[in-house]
Design a protein around this ligand. Sequence first.
Ligand code: ZN
Length: 155
Amino acid sequence: MNTHISSENLTAYADSAVSAHERLEIERHISACSQCKIEVDQLLRVRELLRPHKNYPVPPFFASRLIAKLNAENKRSTLSDFVWIAKRLMPGFAIFLAVVWLWASSKTSDVSSVAEEYFASSDSTSAMALLAANERDLTTEDVLHLAVLEPSDSE
Ligand SMILES: [Zn+2]
């Protein structure tokens, strides 16, 4: 009574796929063990619910076609997740870079023309182009340095 009946044996019991001796042992155990009794009851309930569909014919190669379909679905969703995240992050990232760059430029060069140029650009793509065009003035290290080390010094 110390060890519970394994799930495999409980399933076999629910399927009436055990010997008379095993059946007796399992019934003796579950009469004293609520945990195993609950599991058996759930298995029997599932069998009962599935009974009307017991003889539903499975089309040929169903399993292999299902697996192939699931694999294809999996690949597609991983790719579309990536595209979705990239699309979501790109404008924010571009704006972040533009703001950092604008702010950095304000320390060294004519900020009004830079701001004018930026706000004239209607979308993040041209903000990126603007950044790329002015790459020589500001390195990636500068952007990271300014963003990480002096985030509050914008007065
Ligand atoms: Zn038990």
